[in-house]
Ligand binder design. Structure first.
Ligand code: ZN
Length: 116
């Protein structure tokens, strides 16, 4: 039965990989929807990505982690749906969701803005 267990594990790992790909795909779709001004569609994509993440117990990919509001699920585009203020002295970045007003603080990491 060892083989069967191994196969099962491989299948699970594969599922997780597929889930991860799907999450990234959905965030890209959300970004594109935002470019077209379709905010509610983008929100739907974010919601789906989060649901897949929850189902497979995956954390969101690093490059997308700070791209949506954890409170209302809106996709964040700086200046459009989110206000970003970096406070270098205090070593954190403040994100204010322009949709629901939620405020999030993240530690200031240079690399986090490479993709933003
Ligand atoms: Zn929000």
């Amino acid at each position: 039965m060892k083989e069967k267990a191994l196969l099962y594990l491989m299948k699970r790992a594969n599922d997780k990989d597929i889930a991860k790909d799907r999450i990234i795909y959905l965030f890209r779709q959300a970004e594109q929807a935002m470019e077209k001004g379709e905010k509610s569609l983008a929100k739907k994509y974010v919601g789906l990505a989060l649901r897949i993440g929850m189902k497979f117990q995956l954390s969101m990919p690093r490059e997308w982690k700070r791209r949506y509001c954890k409170k209302c699920g809106v996709f964040w585009v700086p200046g459009k749906t989110v206000r970003v203020r970096s406070k270098k002295k205090e070593k954190h970045i403040v994100f204010t969701c322009l949709d629901c007003g939620a405020i999030r603080r993240y530690p200031y990491i240079k690399e986090s803005f490479k993709n933003a």
